[in-house]
Design a protein around this ligand. Structure first.
Ligand code: UGA
Length: 436
């Protein structure tokens, strides 16, 4: 099938490459010429494990190309909309500028029978609105197909998702667009990926609800971490025990510095804003608390760091291990690690940030911080280490080897991933979050 993918960011670039891998002829379209030129030479414009290799593999088949000209969407049967929906400046709601612009510029190239497939995370009601814009002009379909991929696992999550959700205007399996999208996803469907057909609004809500649930689960365990801190209990053991109840499950119960990234924080805020517009704001007031618990983690880490440094941050050399919002990603959007680093710097600490992949993105966001790629240099003469993004290389650090490099053996484990007993045995003052 001929497919266009509009928007080649974290979602679209991976989607385009994976659709070509499934055997389709794909054109990826983006307004950013830098992204297009990188992708055209089979280089991902961001770090995502396996994506460079996949781009090289599928471009060699001639089935994948990239362009900044929307006219190249003409001739495709299916058009995936993968542009961003960031938080509006100074407001909780989602900024729909890019989605609206993508649809506007695609309209002249649509043909009757084409299917526009929305993948961006949007406020409920968007699909119905866009369907009427498209439907007024010609007999094309609008299907909402939310994306659930995780950064760092984007390629495998796209090729082998745990479910497909198709939102169509009448919510019916018989809708013409359903069988067209089934052809696109023929391979994962044949391999057993379940798919659910719903109406537009339900499909949009599945995504908002899924991310809200995940955010709530993380904030729940972080709230328990606060109680553990007040009582001397250990939140990691608590989570292990809770997780053994398979109704609860251990995943997403890792207490620490909280969630960040380009999705969970802005999605829960956009969801609350949309519920407010719909007169259902009471239903989601708990998400305000989820957000507040999450943001409180960052302040708590600053306070703990001060305690760790004998009550004084001024002039202390702090090394922050990790800048990305999670490991295996170079994404620093709303990264809790960077936000903590910046707050510490504001309070007079001398902060050096290191990260295997995210330093150039971090430097664009917070140019005032000091960055150092080489771990041995970053930790040298440090008064306190803060492990804030749990890259494997930081989990594997040897407390004995590191002891000689730093000024003071103090470590704050913001992700609760280190073996506290081992670090203490090596002479370190170890602090976890929600751990004695
Ligand atoms: C999230 C969802 O997990 C995806 O299903 C969804 O498709 C995506 O948002 C999206 O809307 O596009 P992602 O932002 O890549 O994916 O990252 P997650 O793995 O969900 O992690 C989010 C944040 O929560 C990270 O900062 C992570 O460190 C934190 N986290 C995660 C915790 O603090 N504790 C946990 O137990 C799990």
């Amino acid at each position: 099938m001929r497919i266009s993918v509009i928007g080649c960011g974290y979602l679209g670039a991976v989607h385009a490459a994976c659709m070509a891998k499934l055997g389709h002829h794909v054109v990826g379209i983006d307004v950013d010429p830098k992204k297009i030129s990188a992708l055209s030479s089979a280089k991902a414009p961001f770090y995502e494990p396996g994506l460079d290799e996949l781009l090289r593999e599928v471009q060699a088949t001639g089935r994948l190309s990239f362009t900044s000209e929307m006219s190249k969407a003409a001739g495709s049967t299916v058009h995936f909309v993968c542009v961003g929906t960031p938080q509006k400046r100074g407001e909780n709601g989602a900024d729909m500028t890019y989605v609206d612009a993508a649809i506007d510029s695609l309209l002249p190239y649509l043909e009757p029978g084409n299917v526009v497939v929305g993948k961006s995370t949007v406020p409920v009601g968007t699909a119905a609105r866009l369907a009427s814009v498209i439907g007024e002009q010609l007999d094309a379909h609008l299907l909402w197909n939310p994306e659930f991929l995780r950064e760092g696992h984007a390629v495998s999550d796209t090729l082998n998702p745990d479910r497909f959700v198709y939102g169509v205007s009448d919510g019916s399996e018989e809708h013409e667009a359903v069988s067209i999208l089934d052809d696109v996803y023929a391979q994962p469907l044949a391999e057993g990926t379940p798919r659910l057909v719903t109406d537009h609004a339900t499909a949009e809500l599945v995504k908002a609800a899924a991310n809200s649930f995940l955010a709530t689960k993380i904030s729940f365990i972080n709230a328990m971490a606060e109680v553990c801190e007040a009582t001397g209990a250990d939140v990691t053991r608590l989570a292990d025990a809770l997780g053994m109840d398979d109704r609860i499950g251990r995943k997403f119960l890792n207490a620490g510095i909280g969630f960040g990234g380009g999705c969970l924080p802005k999605d829960i805020r956009a969801f609350m804003a949309r519920a407010g517009e719909l007169g259902a704001d009471q239903a989601l007031t708990f998400l305000r608390e989820v957000d507040a618990i999450n943001m409180r983690r960052r302040t708590r880490v600053v306070e703990l760091t001060r305690e760790l440094c004998d009550g004084i941050l001024l002039g202390k050399r702090i090394t922050v291990l990790g800048a990305a919002f999670k490991p295996e990603s170079d994404d620093v959007r709303d990264s809790p690690a960077l936000s903590i680093a910046a707050q510490l710097q504001l309070q007079g600490a001398v902060v050096t940030v290191t990260d295997p992949k995210a330093l150039s993105n971090a430097a664009k966001r917070f140019p005032e911080l000091q960055y150092e790629r080489a771990l041995e240099i970053a930790v040298s003469r440090s008064d306190a280490l803060l492990l804030l993004t749990e890259w494997q290389e930081y989990r594997d650090l040897d407390p004995y080897e590191l002891a000689g490099a730093v000024s003071s053996q103090r470590i704050l484990d913001g992700r609760n991933v280190l073996d506290a007993a081992k670090w203490r045995a090596a002479g370190w003052t170890y602090r976890g979050l929600g751990r004695p």
